[in-house]
Design a protein around this ligand. Structure first.
Ligand code: SF4
Length: 330
């Protein structure tokens, strides 16, 4: 029996190679949680089907994401890492939960409206049911906690309501209502300095990029827009390069830039080169570990398959209770 104080579940769509925003916004927190909680981390490939026009890269993207998770420090001895579709019970629970979910509630969700706006030619049934599948993931593994940023709180509230509704409807406690674990993650801006870092906006810096690619991306970062000439004083408080320095550079260097930028004592190119150097130094151990895992793809797939086996044990227990509550024959 686990001595840990509860189970955490989180899933992420297989977007392939992860970027700094993914790391600072989620993966770093995943790694920290695995020491304290029983953690179940899923690469949610079925979710990806709702908006993907082409699925030919799906398998590779799942693999690349697993490489990044493992290299970042997720330890299969401490947590379960698996691919969502490898535990098909989630689709059964999704179907059952869909029977207690009013359709209007789904189409009213801001996330659905946003997705429908982004994919007007592909508003499929699966897209509408996306939050139900997400709820099935959380409920299947009887998660007590779901790590979320403040902006994702409505998703979890939906899951909690759906689970409550199921338990009430079938007069059972087969499903566990999860709590939100709100984490204060920094909003990582992309190299455009305007929008959240995102692969789809191509404003990202990949964790596994080469040092040269990293330097190139950093050199193209937007700085304080009011600093036009080298001789103009800058304002680090509005500069994303400075925000990144605070993450990747030592305190003395950060303080030096804070002072010198304001009196035009340092130029932006020099400032960015320093950032690229520090970023590359900081990411090198990650990149070495990633290359090592990537040289043994069978081992990575074994980790994922073993994770699915362990996840299935939990899923079968839940589904046994769910089927009994609903009255389905086993
Ligand atoms: Fe930003 Fe650095 Fe340029 Fe100042 S010197 S505006 S902190 S890039």
């Amino acid at each position: 029996m686990s001595l840990k104080p509860g189970r955490v579940f989180s899933g992420a769509r297989p977007t392939g190679r992860q970027h700094l925003g993914n790391y600072l916004g989620a993966i770093k927190n995943y790694v920290a949680l695995q020491d304290e909680y029983e953690c179940v981390y899923s690469i949610v490939d079925l979710h990806a089907l709702t908006t993907l026009e082409s699925t030919q890269d799906l398998r590779q993207n799942s693999y690349e994401m697993a490489l990044d998770w493992l290299a970042a420090g997720l330890d299969p001895q401490k947590c379960i890492i698996f691919i969502q579709s490898h535990v098909p019970e989630v689709t059964e629970l999704h179907t059952i939960l869909s029977m207690v979910t009013p359709l209007g509630k789904l189409t009213d969700l801001p996330t659905f409206k946003e997705k429908a706006r982004m994919h007007p030619h592909n508003i499929n049934y699966g897209l509408v049911g996306y939050p139900v599948l997400m709820t099935a993931d959380i409920a299947l593994y009887r998660a007590n906690w779901v790590p979320v940023g403040v902006d994702q709180a409505p998703h979890i509230e939906f899951s909690r309501e759906t689970i409550r509704s199921f338990n009430f409807h079938f007069n059972t406690n087969a499903l566990v209502e999860p709590q939100m674990k709100v984490t204060n993650v920094p909003k990582v801006l992309g190299i455009d300095g305007q929008q959240k870092m995102s692969k789809s906006l191509n404003n990202h810096i990949e964790l596994a990029a080469t040092p040269e690619e990293t330097q190139q991306r950093v050199l193209s970062m937007v700085t304080d827009p009011a600093r036009i000439r080298r001789t103009d004083p800058g304002n680090p408080d509005v500069c994303n390069v400075f925000s990144m320095h605070k993450i990747f550079s030592g305190s003395e260097e950060v303080e030096m830039i804070n002072v010198e930028c304001r009196r035009a004592g340092i130029g932006c190119v020099d400032c960015k080169k320093r950032l690229a150097k520090n970023m590359n130094a900081s990411l090198q151990p990650f990149r070495d570990r990633r290359a090592d895992f990537d040289s043994k793809p069978d081992q990575v797939w074994d980790i994922l398959h073993d994770g699915a086996r362990r996840a299935t044990v939990i899923a079968e227990e839940t589904m046994h209770d769910v089927r009994a509550a609903v009255g389905l024959a086993e």
